[in-house]
Design a binder for this molecule. Structure first.
Ligand code: HDL
Ligand code: ZN
Length: 424
């Protein structure tokens, strides 16, 4: 029996409870099921050496880049802890996330004793850590980032593929950055794997069909729920270049054959500072018209899109009003901060109602789910409450089960309907 919500205080409590109780489908992470072995990262040293914290540490430390990278993982974590947590207050989002994570796990932050935290984790197996973190974060399932061009992952899929798909909490996404962003090196890998491709994609039908075969074979091997790529700030479409030709002649065709969406994550500049390695990437404003042309030119394809620049967010939301085959998702990377999640989610709810996927975690370390989702849930709850409050004030009556329905859509159903080609 659902309850009709009649006043603002009752509404606030109902929205809070529903958001807390709604299990999440996390549509973009860099996590792996335990069967992937060491590819699954968890624990204090992995959390504290997350590349976000390395970038912040290098703004304070007297160490040179070489001195820092020469440290062991534990020494790195000790140096980051000393620098960002003990010598300065840890209120940046990446630092605050560590505190939220440890607090949620019941660790005593008053001690600030990193070795004590390490000792607590010591006995936790990867499988136990997954069960514990998924339960505490109220995460039902995650989508991994699976790169067939990574030698270790390539080997795992070819030698143990069925075992990699047994844990139904972990879904695969076929990530194709090397294909679209580094063709001149990647085509040689395809040839070595038995795909008869030539360097020039635009002139050779055989190459087009072989690249498409590669994508379809790996999409099926992984049972990928979508195909994904991150694209640079300067991404344009269509242009006379290899990336455009591969997208137009191979990727969209393969996605149609697999009946899965193509996810574009646009606006990255890789290694702006190569000395920072993974921490050295930056972002910038990209061309929204490339997305417009993709959606218009391929009406039977579905596109997940997230953009790295704050300045692209309004245009992306407006574009999604024009193209039902476009699904904006998440507050990606440098946008995954409370102030920007609030701004972007408010704008999306005002322009798209419930037909959007407000967040993904992008977690690289398992335990990050604890903070990435608790921080985002709070912001999304506040924005959603505000929107319900506005319509309540107009005399609209809201049922609790309608709030439960909307939250389930935002935190998972929209994703699965879009993956399966159904209206959201
Ligand atoms: O390309 C991506 O998927 C990005 O999310 C990068 O992995 C980035 O380094 C990251 O971890 N963002 O959170
Ligand atoms: Zn990512």
């Amino acid at each position: 029996m659902s309850m009709t919500v009649t006043d603002v205080n009752q509404l606030k409590q109902v929205v809070h409870n529903v958001i807390e109780d709604t299990a999440v489908t996390d549509m973009h992470t860099h996590l792996y099921a335990p069967v992937f072995g060491d590819l699954l990262l968890y624990g204090p040293d992995e959390l504290i050496t997350y590349h976000y914290l390395i970038a912040e540490t290098m703004r304070h430390t007297a160490l040179t880049y070489d001195e820092f990278w020469a440290l062991s993982k534990e020494e790195m974590a000790n140096h980051i802890w000393q620098t960002l947590f003990l010598e300065h207050s840890p209120y940046s989002e990446a630092c605050r996330g560590i505190l939220t994570t440890f607090h949620t796990l019941g660790l005593d932050l008053r001690t600030r004793n990193l070795d004590a935290y390490r000792e607590w984790y010591g006995t936790l197996s990867a499988a136990e850590a997954v069960d514990l973190v998924f339960q505490k974060a109220n995460v039902k399932e995650v989508v991994m980032t699976n790169d067939p061009f990574d030698d270790e992952e390539h080997h795992l899929w070819l030698t143990n593929g069925e075992a990699l798909k047994q844990d139904k909490r972990f879904h695969a996404a076929l990530r194709i950055d090397p294909l679209l962003n580094d063709w001149d090196n990647t085509y040689k890998k395809l040839r070595a794997w038995g795909y008869d491709v030539q360097p020039d994609v635009t002139q050779d039908e055989q190459t087009v069909s072989e690249v498409t075969r590669f994508l379809v074979e790996w999409g099926r091997r992984m049972e990928a729920v979508y195909m994904a790529v991150s694209l640079p700030i300067e991404f344009q479409f269509p242009v006379e270049d290899t990336r455009s030709a591969l997208i137009e002649r191979c990727v969209v065709a393969a996605c149609r054959e697999l009946n899965i969406p193509f996810a574009m994550m646009i606006g990255v500049k890789r290694r702006a500072n190569p000395n920072l390695q993974l921490a050295g990437d930056m972002g910038g404003r990209a061309d929204i018209q490339a997305v417009e042309r993709m959606c218009a030119r391929f009406p039977s394809n579905r596109f997940f899109v997230t953009m790295l620049s704050r300045e692209n967010q309004h245009d992306l939301a407006v574009l999604a009003r024009k193209f039902p085959n476009l699904m904006p998702f998440g507050c990606w990377w440098f946008l995954n901060n409370p102030s920007l999640i609030e701004e972007i989610t408010t704008m999306r709810f005002e322009l798209l109602g419930t037909s959007v996927i407000p967040q993904h975690s992008d977690a690289r370390v398992l335990d990050q789910l604890l903070y990435k989702w608790s921080h985002s849930r709070k912001v999304i709850e506040d924005v959603l409450f505000g929107k319900y409050r506005d319509i309540l004030a107009s005399g609209w009556q809201i049922e609790q089960q309608e709030i439960e329905r909307d939250a389930a859509d935002l935190f998972g159903q929209n994703f699965w309907r879009f993956v399966r080609g159904k209206k959201v």
